[in-house]
Design a protein around this ligand. Structure first.
Ligand code: SF4
Length: 336
């Protein structure tokens, strides 16, 4: 059976086809909570977190709810394997450490966390992805990741959000653009892939800001990019500002327009892991519109086609392609 469904070519690069091409099979994601915290909440860098971040730190909350990491992996893989159809190649999964700042733990704790993943490398985990902050990547953490990286590709997700130091101060990120660039460089030096995050429509950041952030992510050479529109969530600092009428959010048409600008300025080889936000409506104060990611993909495609442009058509001269995915020679080949 032919498992790669034919799709009309999009004028931008999305994750699922890239994963299929890279691993030779459909790849899904198992979101994990390793019980990390965040230096921007406990006072090491700041209190209260980034203005848009709710107290759950964008996490699954699984560990807090008593579900240990091994169990999270078992459950996630079982869920994915239920989708397996007879005759198709075995499905694979990315172990995705999503919640909070995953390298903001002792080296010993990080090693223990990564050790939980190891037995699953022969059971369908084909990559490990960790979300963290650009200012939370000590060499010891990179060493721990390198040890695991001998057996499985490692991706490090780093929040840039906006390529403007003043805006970063305004939104309470407590790191600089330069720190982001330095972190990406150190990630690449270890042979890992990097994924950069961006938010369009942050307070004080307009269309030009969206373009500049895309240029920065292209310049940094992030292999992957996650971008979404600003959402005002309950239990955030932004919520109070929004209630006072101090924060505006983007309408869907404006977002798609800015997103098209953004995508045009990326390198054509960068992979878009996400192009919209999906915070549940019950947690969200604004915007009230909810456009499914497939609809955003379609709207973006239409906008770029109407402009006669595509991803990378306005990339700055001299921007190099991101480093390619190199599969470790000790990579396990999971069986169904
Ligand atoms: S967005 Fe990330 S860095 Fe900012 S407060 Fe939330 S968990 Fe911490």
């Amino acid at each position: 059976m032919h498992y790669i469904r034919s799709m009309p070519a999009l004028p931008f690069r999305t994750l699922a086809p890239w994963l299929r091409a890279s691993f030779g099979r459909p790849i899904h994601r198992v979101a994990l909570d390793a019980g990390s915290t965040c230096p921007n909440r406990d006072g090491s860098k700041g209190f209260g977190g980034c203005v848009y971040c709710d107290v759950e730190g964008s996490g699954t909350g699984a560990l807090r709810d008593g579900v240990d990491l091994g169990h999270q992996l078992e459950t996630g893989l079982a869920r994915i394997q239920r989708r397996q159809r007879a005759g198709d190649p075995p499905l694979g999964a990315i172990a995705y450490f999503q919640s909070y700042t995953n390298t903001y733990v002792s080296t010993q704790r990080l090693v223990q966390t990564l050790d939980v993943v190891r037995p699953f490398l022969s059971r369908g985990i084909v990559a490990v992805s960790l979300a963290t902050r650009p200012d939370c990547l000590p060499e010891e953490a990179l060493d721990a990741l390198s040890a695991l990286g001998e057996h499985v590709p490692i991706w490090v997700e780093l929040g840039l959000e906006v390529a403007d130091d003043q805006r970063l101060i305004d939104i309470g990120r407590m790191h600089t653009v330069a720190e982001f660039f330095e972190a990406v460089e150190r990630v690449h030096a270890r042979g890992f892939l990097s994924v950069g995050h961006a938010i369009l429509g942050l307070p004080g950041d307009g269309r030009e800001g969206a373009r500049a952030t895309a240029q920065a992510l292209a310049q940094a050479g992030c292999s992957g990019v996650k971008v979404h529109h600003l959402m005002v969530l309950k239990r955030t600092q932004l919520a109070a500002r929004w209630k006072r009428g101090e924060v505006e959010v983007l309408e869907p048409e404006t977002y798609v327009d800015w997103l098209a600008d953004f995508v045009e300025r990326l390198h054509p080889d960068q992979v878009l892991h996400r192009i919209t936000g999906d915070a549940p409506l019950e947690n969200r104060l604004a915007p009230h519109w909810q456009v499914h990611k497939s609809a955003v993909r379609e709207l973006l495609s239409q906008e770029l086609q109407a402009r006669g442009t595509h991803q990378g058509s306005r990339v700055a001269p001299g921007v190099l392609p991101p480093p390619p995915l190199v599969l470790p020679k000790n990579l396990h080949h999971p069986q169904p």
